[in-house]
Each structure stands twice: as C-alpha cells, then as structure tokens.
Design a protein around this ligand. Structure first.
Ligand code: 5GP
Length: 113
C-alpha cells in the first residue's frame, strides 16, 4: 500500500513536523529518525512518487530541491565541514516513502558509501 500521504500531510501541515523551510514549490523538514545530527528531507509540494517520475515538464524541481538543500546546509553551518545529499529510488535503492524526497545529512563525519 502506498504511503505517499505521510509527506503530503506534512506539507499541508495536517501532520506535525519540524518544517525548516517552505515556499511555493518546496518543503523541507527534519527526519523523524535522524541518521546524523542534521537530517533534513526536501520534497516537492506537487506529488512525484520517485525519481523515475521526473520528466521534461517537472525536471526543474530537482534544481529547486538541490538549491534548497544547499542553502539549508549553509544556514545550519555544515557547508564547510561537508554534507551528503541522497535520493533513494524504489526497493533496491532503499526508498520507503513513495514520495520523491532528498535527504540532507551532516553534522558529523559520515561513513563511506
Ligand atoms: P527513504 O528510506 O524513503 O529514502 O526515506 C524516508 C525517510 O522518511 C526516513 O529517513 C524516515 O525516517 C522518514 N520518515 C518516515 N516517516 C516520517 C514521518 O512521519 N515524519 C518525518 N519527519 N519523517 C518520516
């Protein structure tokens, strides 16, 4: 069963979360189970299930998501020490929530991929 509504409800503030950034196109919020001292999820406000659903019409949202992630890293002052941005896709990629999202991880030395 699809669970995309979890992030949709966060975007529309039907479910509480720590939103760190929101504009017309993008929402960014703290991961409920952080895997690093800073672990933020960046999502498009329009529903896109996974990176497989990026197309010629919606591809600019990736640049917006990336730009927001980088600016959050700067605001949280982890840009000098560094950070990791990840997008998981489907089962083998480890995607659990069926709503396109970018992970921003930092605040400690991350293990090698
Ligand atoms: P995925 O494994 O799909 O790439 O990442 C999904 C992420 O969403 C996980 O890191 C998980 O901890 C996070 N997550 C799942 N449910 C919730 C929730 O209800 N609220 C928040 N803030 N994060 C969630």
């Amino acid at each position: 069963m699809s669970n995309y509504f979890i992030f949709q409800d966060i975007i529309h503030k039907k479910t509480p979360s720590n939103i760190v950034y929101q504009d017309q196109y993008i929402t960014a919020f703290e991961d409920i189970k952080p895997k690093a001292p800073i672990h933020i999820l960046i999502v498009p406000n329009i529903f896109i299930a996974s990176s497989n659903d990026i197309n010629i019409e919606n591809k600019n949202i990736l640049a917006d998501m990336f730009y927001v992630a980088i600016n959050i890293a700067k605001n949280k002052n982890i840009h000098q020490t560094g950070y990791r941005i990840i997008v998981n896709c489907n089962k083998h990629g480890g995607q659990e929530i069926d709503y396109l999202h970018m992970h921003l991880l930092g605040g400690k030395k991350l293990s090698k991929l």
